[in-house]
Write a protein that binds this ligand. Structure first.
Ligand code: ATP
Length: 446
């Protein structure tokens, strides 16, 4: 927001301004929805993050509409006229309307530049049966709906209907002033006790916008830190996923560590100051064998938890209720980083390095490679493994062993592994050398 807006009254968010920031297609979409509500004389508002970001002149295609009447019914009528799937969330009196290309066509709008879905909610109040419980929801006015929110900057609402009120910016919790003064402020003393995930959200918004956390809010965060231990892993995990998608992810997580939030979540949850450099890794800096995007969430999780032991990584993953597949990737990455010494040994045979790396998911190999930037030897070994060694197989397989009359059993595994190691180490090259090597092995075993 500019200083001029401070002295010349509330900023204007008319259709022209919205069009400049969100693009013409989305501005027209908002207008179509507003006009429909106006015809029915319904109270309709655009709320939350999109209004905040419009005022900050930042594009955001996450549109949240609130009605002081049946939001699900309103969304159903739109979907009936224009098509598109509708998801209803009855307990929260909300609906999500998916906008596919056919909806855009019916709306006579270009689908490029439109959001892929829109959320509609009935204005509601929330009460917490006990701290950290999921809130109980009841229909209410827009004002009470705004008061249930996390931070003042997220309580701004732009009224779109009825027609005579359209364009009014509702600022019932002092959000505009906080936006101008660049600060994150909660609405009441118990906010973090009701919902400690707001501690993570406070840091996320503060670092994203470069805002300060207002002193009283910071004090309430400190007091509520122990409550983080009572939040379910699923809820914490979702907040961390949002953080990991931020440009300033490392900054946010290191900030959470500094304030003691991570250790309240799990005593082994620790991150390295090098996280900054790791998460800012660009495509240019990636090894040639890597086919994983830098934004990949499993990669980012693995980089986040790369500096603790494999056992601790397991424990933190369990605390955050991660899926088995994600836990496996994260823990394997942590194990490889902890094995940096062995991975860097210059005298090791390639097959010994391969044994350390065998079975690790691709994302763990890449996480270890990124995290071991100060260990060029380890990096070279991971490069060779991923680029060459892991693709090397002996030409002899189990069927051949059977054909040679060797009785099936654990010996097969031993023989095939020895053959593979010999290939990787360059001891055998041609099929003849392989056959000779196998014969020697069999003699040795007998
Ligand atoms: P982002 O830019 O990260 O998407 P957002 O403000 O749009 O931020 P959402 O998580 O999409 O955030 O939530 C939409 C709105 O719902 C927020 O603006 C806020 O008003 C409210 N909200 C979300 N989470 C909470 C919470 N934990 N407590 C209270 N209000 C919340």
């Amino acid at each position: 927001m500019s200083g001029a807006q401070e002295t010349h009254g509330p900023p204007q968010l008319d259709n022209g301004a919205i069009s400049v920031i969100l693009g013409e297609a989305t501005a027209r979409l908002i207008d179509i929805i507003a006009r429909r509500a106006q015809v029915e004389e319904l109270a309709l508002f655009l709320v939350g993050g999109v209004v905040r970001d419009l005022l900050l002149r930042r594009p955001k295609l996450d549109l949240d509409f609130v009605l002081e009447s049946d939001a699900i019914g309103f969304a159903e009528a739109l979907a009936a006229d224009f098509g598109g799937a509708l998801q209803r969330h009855k307990p929260f009196v909300t609906a999500t309307w998916a906008l596919d290309a056919s909806v855009a066509e019916k709306l006579s709008l270009p689908s490029a530049g439109l959001p892929d879905h829109i959320d509609f909610a009935r204005a509601r109040s929330e009460t917490y049966a006990y701290p950290t419980a999921l809130p109980e929801v009841a229909p209410s006015s827009i004002e009470r709906d705004l008061w249930r929110r996390d931070f003042s900057l997220n309580t701004l609402a732009l009224q779109l209907s009825p027609a005579q009120a359209a364009g009014t910016l509702l600022d019932v919790c002092g959000g505009l002033k906080d936006l101008e003064q660049r600060r994150i402020r909660v609405l009441h003393e118990r906010s973090f006790v009701d919902d400690p995930t707001r501690i993570l959200r406070a840091l996320r918004f503060a670092r994203r916008y470069g805002f300060e956390i207002e002193p009283e809010t910071a004090e309430w965060i400190r007091e509520a830190l122990p409550m983080l231990g009572r939040i379910t892993g699923i809820r914490l995990g979702s907040e961390f996923e949002l953080i990991l998608q931020e440009d300033k992810a490392a900054d946010i997580i290191l900030g959470l560590q500094d304030m003691g939030a991570l250790e309240r979540i799990h005593s082994a949850f620790r991150v390295s100051p090098e996280l900054e450099q790791r998460l800012s890794m660009t495509l240019d800096g990636m090894p040639r064998w890597a086919e994983i995007a830098t934004a990949d969430l499993a990669l980012r999780w693995s980089l986040l938890l790369a500096d603790i032991s494999e056992r601790d990584a397991h424990a933190v993953c369990r605390r955050l209720d991660m899926t088995q597949a994600l836990t496996r990737s994260v823990a394997a990455g942590a194990k490889l980083v902890a094995d940096a010494g062995r991975l860097s040994e210059t005298g090791s045979r390639p097959s010994e390095i391969a044994r350390l790396l065998d079975g690790a998911p691709e994302v763990s190999l890449l996480a270890a490679w990124i995290a071991l930037s100060h260990r060029p030897e380890a990096r070279r070994n991971i490069d060779d493994y991923c680029g060459i060694w892991r693709h090397q197989r002996p030409s002899i397989n189990g069927v051949d062993l059977k054909r040679m009359g060797i009785p099936p059993g654990p010996r097969y595994k031993y023989l095939l592994e020895r053959l593979r190691s010999a290939r990787i180490d360059g001891d055998i090259d041609t099929p003849e050398e392989e056959a000779r090597f196998l014969q020697a092995l069999i003699t040795e075993c007998n």
